[in-house]
Write a protein that binds this ligand. Sequence first.
Ligand code: FAD
Length: 363
Amino acid sequence: MTEVTVLGAGIAGLAAALALRDRGVSVEIVEQAERLTEVGAGLQIAPNGTRVLRALGIDPPGPESRAVHLIDGPTGRSLIRMPLGPGFHLVHRADLIEALAARLGDIPLHLGRPVAGVSDGGRRLDFSNGQTRAVRRLIGADGARGASRHFVAPDHAARWTGQVAWRALVPVAGWPAEAQVHVGPGRHLVLYPLRDGRLLNVVAVEERAEWVAEGWSQEDDPQALRDAFANYAGPVREVLSRVERVHLWGLMDHGAVPAWRRGACTLIGDAAHPTLPFLAQGANLALEDAWTLAAAGDPAAWEAARRGRVTRALATAQANARNYHLTGMRRALGHGALRAVGAVAPRAMLRRYDWLYGHDVTV
Ligand SMILES: Cc1cc2nc3c(=O)[nH]c(=O)nc-3n(C[C@H](O)[C@H](O)[C@H](O)COP(=O)(O)OP(=O)(O)OC[C@H]3O[C@@H](n4cnc5c(N)ncnc54)[C@H](O)[C@@H]3O)c2cc1C
């Protein structure tokens, strides 16, 4: 019988299967999708995630990002441009999934197998079609709303953040390999190029009173996105004028699940701790989880060692949301301070994140 069954062939699940196989553990993957297709859009892979990919024998499948440029959205005025060191990459999620899947070799990947529930102390998968499958150890890598999370923490509820996010891809030519963050009261927008600068990834966040459902497949009217940023400076409006298709989702704060294990089941990635997108760490933490769990062997010791770092990353993402959307006097003061730091020591802001990007889970 296979030693470990991984539920979910996202970034966490594929990386966990590779890391286990490379340690001589027999492993299989169960995934609901019929095919690993072109879904999703841009991901920012940071050095802490890049180290895991390289340890798995994978080069991040996208260009290095040279900088993060904070810009005041309504005026278009530069606030601070922070040069990045090596290891930051701009990656299409589909390209990363493909690169991970290409290394599976003889690891069985069971596609088209939606799991409705986990039972028997984490030793049984109950498929939507009524079939069941006994497993020895289960890694739940099936995302924020997956069956394994429901099994481990059935009562854990997410909190509506009062924010929605749009994402879109716009064809461009020659966009510089850097992330631009256009900030303003109540909303911000992130732009960065993918695939040799041929596509621009657009993620826009707006504070809203009405609740909007979570999920990656809900479409919205591109005009709603344009209207939300109508008072932003020309380059943003020009990019948004070319959006033809846009997805919208409500941002829920799930926090970390209070326990990541129950019986034979251990949660990793978004199943354990979906993060808000304001630190671009979801995929990076998923990669770290995959590597560290495989290296630890003992899930209890892994969870005890891992929680502090994940909790700190989640809290940092929450704080960024507040800082991007400042209003009034706090905005004037905050932006003034950013410009002052940007003029003399633009790398100083990033040094605050040394604990995050400088960490190497593979040593
Ligand atoms: C379709 C999709 C598109 C995304 N697009 C983006 C994006 O553009 N930008 C971004 O920053 N992040 C995106 N994400 C999220 C991002 O990939 C994750 O936040 C991060 O990479 C952590 O990944 P994960 O592997 O833990 O979870 P996920 O990426 O959510 O992967 C979970 C996997 O489990 C499978 N699964 C879920 N439920 C079941 C079930 N019941 N039975 C069997 N299999 C199941 C899913 O099909 C998926 O393959 C996307 C996620 C998905 C699923």
